[in-house]
Design a protein around this ligand. Sequence first.
Ligand SMILES: [Zn+2]
Length: 296
Amino acid sequence: MNNKCPWCGSDKAQINLWLKDDFLTKEDFHICECLNCGLLYTMPRPPKEKIGDYYKSEEYYSHQENKKGFIPRLYESIKKVNLRHKYKIATKGLEVGTLLDIGCGVGDFLHTAENKGWQCTGVEPSDDAKEIAHKRMKAPIYRSEQLEQLPDKSFDLITMWHVLEHVDDLKWQIEQLQRLVKPNGRIVIAVPNYKSYDGQFYKEHWAAYDVPRHLNHFSRNTITKIFKANNLILERTTKLVWDAYYISFMSEQYRNHAFPLIRGAFRGLVSNCKARRSGEWSSLVYIFHPKTENPK
Ligand SMILES: [Zn+2]
């Protein structure tokens, strides 16, 4: 079993948390902290050919469309507001150009951007999601490994919305980002933040650990350091406020508490209030640019 840090390759690590796949299989996992670079990562890591099994669930909303019931409908409404917000964050100050969305799912973000005139490309490992995305838009959608075939410096904007935490080969992925972004382009990465209040409060039940689907767990320090090593400089961070509510609600469900919606709403509110001071939002959006050129 490969128990090396997915970023620096060190095998010196300590176990920070023992936890279960609360969402699907109830199997046991743990979170390791690399003693060399500080990255948190999930162990054991399922082999590539088996990872798809951990996504097979009716409840995996990210890849589901047109679900009935109150919670899925609420999720869909929030998703629409969130999409508009994400589009604003990612494109603020940029002229319309070429966009690559890695882990595009059913193409929600690409669809929004394509309607605004962006020349879009997607990458998605799930065949089911890819098929839906294909029907919705003109953009070509590739498999993850096909990223290597795309030409150097071809994108003004590259986005990964809650995707980098799922990536098995983190080092390769970041090298590809560095290779594909234009010298004056931008990379936008949204990931959960385990240093948030909800992350610290729910600990092993925090839904955004989501093992073993999430393999990498980032703090502000680790992600900044990792990208900087690839000449990608942090320009600024921003937040996704809805995530605190959604993650808290899911975490309450995992703990089998009564009234998870109310409890989750309360805990999400506390998390967002605390984050106003600390900056440790439940999910953070990091905006990077290549080192050598002036950012847009
Ligand atoms: Zn490491």
